[in-house]
Design a protein around this ligand. Structure first.
Ligand code: ADP
Ligand code: ASP
Ligand code: MG
Length: 463
């Protein structure tokens, strides 16, 4: 059972989590609880780290105080046992002292390393887990916590580490099974792992969902429950489209596609550890625990609609390589893609006009300057000869993806999508169908993105 940031956002929320856990434990199930940092904490920690590297530590003391208060409030509200309360107050204070030390070191160095980012970024989970475990005990739910850096062994790709599955299986079982067999609930940190040498890593932002399925797979769990703040995976982000509807069942492939293309409700890697094992995942709402939410399974029941959802990927740039001399020259596209691949830049979408005068690719904006530089270098001779006129980036664009396994085989979906955008006079910058069988993607200006999602949702999602 994984609970996200909002679900552990304060004492009252954590008390609610305890009741949800109690219901499962009372039903005779063995439960491992994975917790995210309290909402906002990871952002606060990473912002403080960045400020420190930029020579700005004026706010550091205040940040430390705010974080301390946030966690002491939970201790004071939920922990009755006097000894436990004192111990937790001391460990929380120590952990935040260490946070201050780390930020001060980064201030002196003036540079953040990925390893330091993980040391600081992982702190939110490490702060709340011991507190929540004690709160469970105080609520009469026997619980024991263990930090996931003792469970999940990863490579040393800091900030986006991947689990080493065999080692993780061995460690997770060795640490967690005795707790479960002892009749306790095991409570652990989301988001975190450690290298073989024991150095702390993180799985990437939003990675606690992934922690839950990594551990679910390691323990051969019956199911993985991901508890969040909405009623499951919905047809689109309910913050943008209030009439978004819950999808009762979706396939592993559709879930992967929706999350990869921006449905923040689960981390894109979440399904990897469990899909091959055919282990069900359920997405549930801590604010409405009786709602059935979404089941992610191998073969969902057909629901009559080819469309599962509409997503938006932000913070991306459209890179265009263009020039009249590209027409009919074999190998141009191959060179474009191998150049960005060499730089390890992930391409989210590709599109080429039929006139062949340009090739467009969408990548994360952070990678755009590097992509332009290396492409300009790769094609320097063609540019000198004016066969390629320019390599350039268009910023402030958004990919809108319409996802569903029936899209390619259902006539009229594309027409409805384009009709909906035309109806709102929204300009489509680029189109692609085919990064997989599951989606139709298009690029629009950032200012049109929310309106585009709403218009498409209205046009193609049937009530
Ligand atoms: P948690 O802290 O529980 O991990 P997140 O904030 O990471 O929660 O993810 C839940 C949020 O994802 C929701 O509040 C919702 O706004 C957003 N979201 C985006 N797309 C979707 C979607 N298709 N279905 C459900 N939620 C979505
Ligand atoms: N706390 C981490 C983050 O904010 C992990 C998570 O919430 O899943 O990215
Ligand atoms: Mg999340």
């Amino acid at each position: 059972m994984k609970f996200g940031g909002t679900s552990v956002g304060g004492a009252e929320r954590i008390a609610g989590v305890a009741e949800i856990v109690r219901a499962e434990a009372n039903a005779g199930k063995q439960v491992v609880v994975v917790l995210s940092a309290m909402s906002g904490v990871t952002n606060t920690l990473l912002a403080a780290l960045k400020d420190s590297a930029n020579g700005n530590i004026a706010k550091l003391l205040q940040t430390r105080e705010d974080l301390l208060k946030k966690h002491l409030d939970v201790i004071n509200a939920l922990v009755r046992d006097e000894n436990a309360r004192q111990t937790l107050t001391a460990t929380t204070t120590n952990a935040l002292d260490r946070f201050e030390d780390l930020c001060s070191s980064i201030y002196v160095l003036g540079e953040i390393t990925p390893r330091a980012t993980d040391a600081v970024g992982s702190l939110g989970e490490r702060l709340i887990v011991p507190i929540a475990a004690q709160a469970f005990n105080d609520a009469g739910i026997p619980a024991q916590w263990v930090a996931a850096n003792e469970l999940i062994v990863t490579d040393d790709d800091f900030v986006a580490a991947s689990p080493l599955l065999d080692e993780t299986r061995e460690q997770a079982r060795a640490k967690l099974l005795p707790i479960l067999e002892n009749g306790s609930v095991a409570v652990t940190t989301g988001f975190i792992g450690a290298t073989k040498k024991g150095i702390l890593t993180t799985l990437g932002r939003g990675g606690s969902d992934y922690t839950a399925t990594i551990l679910g797979a390691a323990l051969d769990a019956d199911e993985v429950q991901i508890w969040t703040d909405v009623n499951g995976v919905m047809t689109t982000d309910p913050r943008i489209v209030p009439e978004a509807m819950t999808l009762p069942e979706i396939s592993y492939g559709e879930a992967a596609e929706l999350s990869y293309f921006g449905a923040k409700v689960i981390h894109p890697k979440t399904i990897l550890p469990v899909a091959a094992k055919n282990m069900p995942i359920r997405i549930l709402n801590t604010f409405e625990p009786t709602h059935p939410g979404t089941r992610i399974v191998r073969e969902p029941k057909p629901n009559g609609s080819p469309i599962r959802g509409i997503t938006a990927i932000r913070n991306v740039s459209l890179i265009t390589v263009e020039g009249r001399g590209m027409q009919g020259v074999p190998g141009m596209a191959a060179r474009v893609f191998s150049t960005v691949a060499r730089e390890q830049i992930n391409v989210l979408m590709i599109s080429q006009s039929s006139s062949e005068q340009n090739i467009c690719l969408v990548i994360e904006s952070a990678n755009a300057p590097r992509a332009i530089e290396t492409l300009a270098h790769e094609f320097r001779h063609e540019m000198a000869a004016q066969n390629i006129e320019r390599v350039w980036a268009q910023e402030k664009i958004v990919i809108i993806a319409v996802v569903g396994s029936g899209i390619k085989t259902t006539p009229g979906v594309a027409a409805n999508v384009f009709g909906a955008l035309a109806g709102k006079a929204i300009n489509i910058i680029a189109i692609a169908q085919g990064s997989s069988e599951y989606n139709l993607s298009l690029v629009v200006d950032e200012k049109d993105a929310d309106e585009a999602v709403r218009a498409i949702h209205r046009a193609i999602v049937k009530k």
